[in-house]
Design a protein. Sequence first.
Length: 432
Amino acid sequence: MAKMDVQDGAKEYKTGGWSAHYVLIICTLLYAINYMDRQVFSVILQPMKIELGLTDAECGLASTVLILGMALFSFPIAHMIDRWSRRKSIGIMAMLWSAFTFVTGLAANFVGVLVPRAFVGLGEAGFVPGGTAMISASYSKEKRGRALGIFHIAIPLGAAAGVMLGGIISAKFGWRTPFYYFAIPGVLLGVLAFFMKDYKTAVDAGASTGVKGFFVAMGSVLKLPTIKWFYPALGLAVFMSMSVLIWLPSLIMRVMNVSEAQAGMLVGGIGLTAIIGAPLGGLLSDFWRKRNPRGRMYVPAVAYLISAVLIVIVILTKFSPVGIALAVLYGICASMAVPAFATVSQDIVPVAHKGLSMGLVVFAQYLFGGAWGPWIIGWLSDLLGGGAEGLSIAVMLSAIAGLLGGIFFLIAARTYPADAEKVRQETILAES
């Protein structure tokens, strides 16, 4: 791996302090809004399906298109971010995805839902790589896991807010209204993102620019031995987690015969209790790494293996009190995995490719599995007769992918320490 060029007189980028906390706060709030805008779709699926006359497969495809937009554009946009400005990119993308969130509420047919959801995915495509790169650079390697753990609190927090607030607003004012409301905070936070402290754009010594430079940079990441199992593991694990995330509210409505507001409150409550999973996963990844060089990779492996078993039991109990308690445990385990594998993506690459590395993670987790989960589960549900029983069986089948993902993470752990050691001495410079 080529070393980064260090210009004479350049100052090292200082970690910690208020500027780092500001980056963490803005990025975490934007990530929460990101998930609110995604997850509100799951709680309005049932009333939207009825009004627009859609099938389960079409509803699932609308979510798949959003995720595909994220997957396909994540790594080229992430490479652009590495070459330009992370804070400016984050601000612009927040405004873009918020605008198309608003447009989703105007849909009059299936195409009217499909197209804006694709553009929401496009707007969100570079946010996670840019935010992850900025946060990981703002904190020392010893504290990187816990900082990204706080960042990923936004996933259960935003998802819970999306289904709870979205369900309440939808039940009172109609399924379109939540999209109008949820577009506002993304624009405001997008403006605040322009004031974050960024680090100096880095390049590999002798690296090419333009399209050729993009493929050279991508090749330098993809040739890492850890990647061979890490990316397939992500795709399989996220196939399960996205399927559950998108279809759980609708499944609860069908099994328990409740409204979107009630289902949203239940799923949101599960999500809020699962909020401890992300910081716990970040802390555990730091702790386990000190004891074992493979420890940071073991966290998602164990988390997804347990999660796969739990979601099957939850559905078999038909959301009994015991099942709800186990659903909370599922949420905690699934949340624990995310900051750990995000940190891994930053540990094994040089500064010049931090954004690209996380962009490729987004691409892998969605295109290799997560993007197809909502649509495939919807298609299986239709094939199995739909209703509560068909959807229950379909969601349980997604656990097979979660089990395989956990096993693949264990295999990827074998080469992770050696790849991380190659870039351990790299220096991050301050922005001019």
